[in-house]
Design a protein around this ligand. Structure first.
Ligand code: NZQ
Ligand code: ZN
Length: 398
């Protein structure tokens, strides 16, 4: 196992009917900006529940900013950051999924980057994003109410922002943007459309894979936790498809997705975020849902990199899919594990090839160019995945 420091300060408040805890979690004199997405928080009543809890005690001033898109847009977030400054907001409360939470983290960071006229500087915010927000040294305090299990953003310090005008979807991370708390009420996920539920299962699955499928470093805790999370997602993914109203399934999915990317299974082990980095380009060029880009790319990453990932692929086959040797050679065992993975995605209604989303070979070069423009030229646990490797991965995905 490699050396590591592990730090995660996020208070998780889990369970049904827990939104009322906001009355204690948010300072009673806070100037709060509630951020939300395209309207589901209003339609489902969650927004009203949040506002009721905030007014239950204390003397908070509460403002609202709605309309944060799935794949949160840079320009929209800058408008919210201006609103933060105009109203002296000192607490951001994100109500939604990864997009609203990521967007709110970005708002929390860039609202201090103002021009002389007090508006947030587009250029400074863009510079901040392209350097991962590493140089910003202050942020507005943030809390979240999660409505979709998927990204883990509720318990980590990262985010991904989309800037359509520049065809860029870029990650950032800052220790300043760990939420102070996140409320995880599994009943809130019952209103999700099936497509979003399945996206969430797949996103969490690939988060685990990106922290697991590298090479062994004898990290028994991380490996066993990762394998357990994958097995739960396989089991509960099928269960939620068959019986979407089962709250026990929703509870397990919600906590599993959070655990998949709260840093725990990624400590002290090599990681490989190749699938995500290629996936971000697919979203930014073709507006494909985040999780769906991942289910297209992951099987091809596994096939293209099967030599360097051989030991972990065999471990994955054995421990996650219970594939026994039966006299097969390593290649056959690995191919069976990849086929099982594809089948799992397909059964959830997710695409596993470019063809499944009506793209063909002509889509590949523009993606490779985008990877180059975004300096994604040394991906992988060894930094060996250059543009040629990414091109071959995409060719396998046709
Ligand atoms: O916008 P509204 O109307 O709220 O609708 C949303 C949206 O259309 C809807 N929804 C959310 N909760 C609902 C609901 N509909 C009904 N009932 C509810 N309870 O679901 C749709 C998708 O929401 P979104 O927030 O986009 O989904 P998700 O949580 O999957 O987030 C995806 C974003 O997170 C980023 C992705 O790149 C993408 O931009 N990621 C963030 C990560 C992180 N911070 O660590 C890691 C991930 O790899 C991921 O990249
Ligand atoms: Zn993801």
């Amino acid at each position: 196992m490699n050396n590591f420091q592990y730090y995660n300060p996020v208070r998780i408040v889990f369970g049904d009917n827990q939104i009322k805890q906001l009355s204690d979690l948010v300072p009673t004199d806070a100037r709060v900006l509630i951020t939300y997405g395209g309207g589901s928080a209003q339609r489902t009543g969650t927004l009203d529940e949040v506002k009721d809890a905030l007014s239950a005690n204390g003397n908070r001033d509460v403002f609202e900013f709605g309309g944060i898109e799935a794949n949160p847009e840079f320009t929209t977030l800058l408008k919210a950051a201006d609103m933060v400054n105009e109203n002296n907001i000192d607490f951001l409360l994100a109500v939604g999924g990864g997009s609203v939470i990521d967007g709110s983290k970005f708002i929390a960071l860039v609202s201090s980057l103002t021009e002389e006229d007090g508006t947030v500087s587009r250029e400074q915010a863009w510079d901040a994003l392209t350097s991962g927000c590493k140089k910003i040294d202050s942020a507005i305090t943030l809390g979240t109410v999660l409505t979709i299990p998927a990204t883990g953003s509720e318990m980590n310090s990262g985010g991904v922002i989309n800037y359509s005008e520049r065809q860029a979807k870029l990650p950032f991370g800052s220790a300043l943007t760990y939420p102070k708390f996140s409320i995880l009420d599994p009943t809130k996920t019952l209103t999700l459309p099936e497509r979003q539920v399945m996206n969430g299962v797949a996103d969490a699955f690939v988060h685990v894979m990106e922290q697991y499928l590298t090479y062994p470093v004898n990290a028994k805790v991380q490996d066993s936790f990762a394998e357990s999370l994958l097995k739960i997602l396989i089991e509960e993914g099928a269960a939620v498809k068959a019986n979407p109203d089962n709250l026990e399934t929703r509870k397990n999915l919600m906590w599993t997705a959070t655990m998949a990317l709260n840093g725990l299974i990624g400590t002290g082990v090599p990681q490989d975020w190749t699938t995500h980095m290629i996936g971000h380009e697919l979203t930014s060029l073709h507006a494909i849902d985040h999780a769906r880009t991942l289910t297209i790319v992951l099987p091809s990453v596994m096939r293209e990199l099967k030599d360097s990932k051989k030991d972990k692929l065999l471990q994955y086959a054995r421990n996650v899919w219970n594939i026994s040797d039966n006299g097969q050679d390593d290649d056959a065992i690995i191919e069976t594990a990849i086929a099982y993975t594809e089948n799992f995605f397909r059964e959830l209604g997710l695409p596993v090839s470019l063809e499944d989303v009506d793209l063909d070979r002509s889509a590949i070069e523009p993606i490779v160019k985008q990877l180059e423009a975004h300096k994604m030229v040394k991906l992988g646990e060894h930094g060996n995945n250059d543009l040629d490797v990414s091109r071959r991965i995409l060719e396998r995905a046709i």
